[in-house]
Design a protein around this ligand. Structure first.
Ligand code: FO1
Length: 317
């Protein structure tokens, strides 16, 4: 059995760890959002790719959700103190090694997909293929209005990290997506998968950009084995700012609204026990199979259970 997952940040990492425990050796590939990627301090940072690698290799910081465990931030402190650089995007000292390696590989001519493959196997020892959604630059841009009423057009990381998601969001666009090509191996991996899993990631900031790359939605549509896990529980995201972004795409902030983001793609949807009341409505409105379980992945044992629920639902064709 070949499992392929579509992934964004923190929620994806926890869930993918669960998949690797529930079905060891079967996670063939993870197609990862790259629209959060940013260039800072001369380095190419690919936060979702790194999150997936850190979680799958067991080196992620479970509390913070992003970056590496047992991290220090001496380099950032030095930058701020010694040079006055506005170091608003925090790169931990261990994390820096990843960005330095990736940037060096890319400066030597490697594409993002090639640099990622090397990092995934050499630095993290992963057998699962980590496939960036595209080698072309795609950026999630947030159109917002600040407290003084000024209009802003922000890179996703500026909106989320630098400004703390404090601005009123008016629109989201995936700049560059229309002309981007799916990354090497992405379409084939999805087409040849026995099961496709949509991780409990932000439907607008994480999975939305992947689906906006030409060709990816087409290869996903109409499958009977594509199953997603809701990132929204009891009307709130478990992590992140999906509640601020979903409304501008006309999506209700609920397990039903998140499922609607994947209409035509998913055949199954896993929701939390707290959303049991939405089960029959999701099934009827979207024509999908629904599984209800405790989706809070507080540890690997819970992540394993959530992954099993998703895989069972995918197999129940
Ligand atoms: N998130 C933060 O809230 N603050 C940071 O300074 C920050 C730095 C950072 C560096 C590398 C990395 O891989 C992720 C980082 N994140 C940080 C997380 C990131 O902003 C988002 O959570 C993801 O892009 C969303 O998936």
């Amino acid at each position: 059995m070949k499992i392929v997952a579509l992934a964004g940040g923190v929620g994806a990492g926890k869930f993918l760890r669960g998949v690797s425990i529930a079905a060891p050796g079967f996670l063939d590939a993870v197609v990862v959002n790259t629209a959060d990627d940013i260039e800072r301090y001369g380095l190419h940072i690919s936060p979702d790719v790194d999150s997936v690698c850190y979680w799958l290799s067991g080196t992620a910081d479970r509390e913070r959700g992003w970056g590496v465990a047992d991290e220090t931030f001496h380099a950032m402190e030095e930058l701020r103190a010694a040079t006055g650089v506005d170091a608003w995007f925090n790169l931990g000292d261990r994390d820096l090694a990843t960005h330095l390696l990736r940037t060096e590989l890319m400066r030597a001519g490697a594409r993002l997909s090639e640099a990622t493959a090397k990092l995934a196997s050499v630095r993290f020892g992963l057998s699962t293929r980590i496939l960036p959604m595209s080698d072309d630059a795609v950026a999630t841009r947030i159109e917002a209005v600040d407290a003084e009423g000024s209009t802003l057009d922000l890179h996703f990381q500026e909106y989320w990290v630098r400004r703390g998601a404090a601005d009123a969001v008016k629109g989201v666009r995936y700049e560059g997506a229309e002309t981007a090509a799916a990354g090497p191996g992405v379409l084939d991996a999805i087409a040849s998968a026995d099961v496709v899993l949509l991780c409990p990631s932000n439907p607008v900031a994480s999975i939305g950009p992947i689906l906006s790359v030409p060709g990816i939605r087409d290869v996903l549509e109409g499958r009977a084995d594509a199953v997603g896990v809701s990132p929204i529980v009891a009307g709130s995201p478990l992590a992140g700012m999906a509640d601020k972004l979903m409304p501008v795409q006309g999506l209700e902030v609920s397990a039903l609204g998140a499922a609607r983001a994947y209409a035509g793609v998913i055949a199954g949807w896993v929701i939390d026990e707290r959303d049991r009341g939405l089960e029959s409505r999701i099934a009827a409105d979207l024509g999908v199979r629904v599984a209800v379980t405790d989706t809070i992945m507080s540890d690997d044992r819970r992540a394993d259970a959530v992954a099993r629920a998703a895989l069972d639902l995918a197999g129940g064709v």
